[in-house]
Ligand binder design. Structure first.
Ligand SMILES: CC(C)(COP(=O)(O)OP(=O)(O)OC[C@H]1O[C@@H](n2cnc3c(N)ncnc32)[C@H](O)[C@@H]1OP(=O)(O)O)[C@@H](O)C(=O)NCCC(=O)NCCS
Length: 168
């Protein structure tokens, strides 16, 4: 197991983790059988790639913020916080992934913990997560933070509310 220089934190996207980001995302995409062509543009001009992702941006028609879970030069995964829910509440408040080489080391569990603290600071007292019923890993991560089930959305994803104040 690689020893990280410090415990990873949710940080704004940064060029500091360029190599680790590109290699990690490429490994993850190949593992999932997903298209990797977007990595060509990202590796060609990583400065612009990062600049386009920093700060609160209007995405899915709501204010959203992207974080990278990093330690020093190491990139581990990404997490998005929607400051408001979309009209159909699809995707919930928090979405995340840990790239394949870093999975099953507790990173998603810690990443979600940090995200709940950020949500609490934004005034979100209950954060909505939507998870595909077959996504055992994400369901485990959610349950570790005490999610309360709230039915199924139009896409067939399960809905869960997590109290953010309990996390701080
Ligand atoms: C879901 C995901 C973020 C979990 O990341 P992770 O860093 O591996 O999660 P953790 O290490 O905190 O694991 C939590 C627990 O889930 C379970 N788990 C993790 N991966 C699993 C897998 N592939 N199969 C079954 N259970 C799994 C394990 O119980 C694990 O704990 P353990 O290894 O101590 O037993 C990661 O698998 C991922 O990015 N998947 C693709 C994107 C995604 O599904 N995002 C969530 C959308 S709601």
């Amino acid at each position: 197991m690689i020893a990280l220089p410090t415990p990873p934190t949710l940080s704004e996207p940064s060029t500091m983790v360029k190599t680790s980001y590109l290699v990690g995302e490429q490994a993850d995409m190949l593992h999932r059988g997903s298209d990797t062509t977007w990595l060509r543009g990202a590796s060609h001009d990583f400065d612009s790639f990062v600049a386009d992702r920093v700060g609160v941006r209007q995405r899915w028609r709501v204010p959203s913020e992207l974080f990278w879970f990093t330690s020093g030069e190491y990139y581990i995964g990404s997490l998005v916080i929607r400051h408001q829910l979309t009209s159909d509440e699809g995707g919930g408040h928090i979405g995340y992934h840990v790239v394949y080489p870093w999975q099953r080391q507790g990173h998603a569990t810690r990443m979600l913990q940090d995200a709940l603290v950020k949500c609490s600071a934004l005034g979100i007292e209950n954060a909505l997560l939507t998870i595909a019923p077959e996504n055992t890993a994400s369901l485990t991560v959610m349950r570790r933070h005490g999610g309360i089930a709230d039915g199924v959305n139009d896409e067939g994803d399960l809905r869960f509310w997590i109290k953010t104040l309990a996390a701080s």
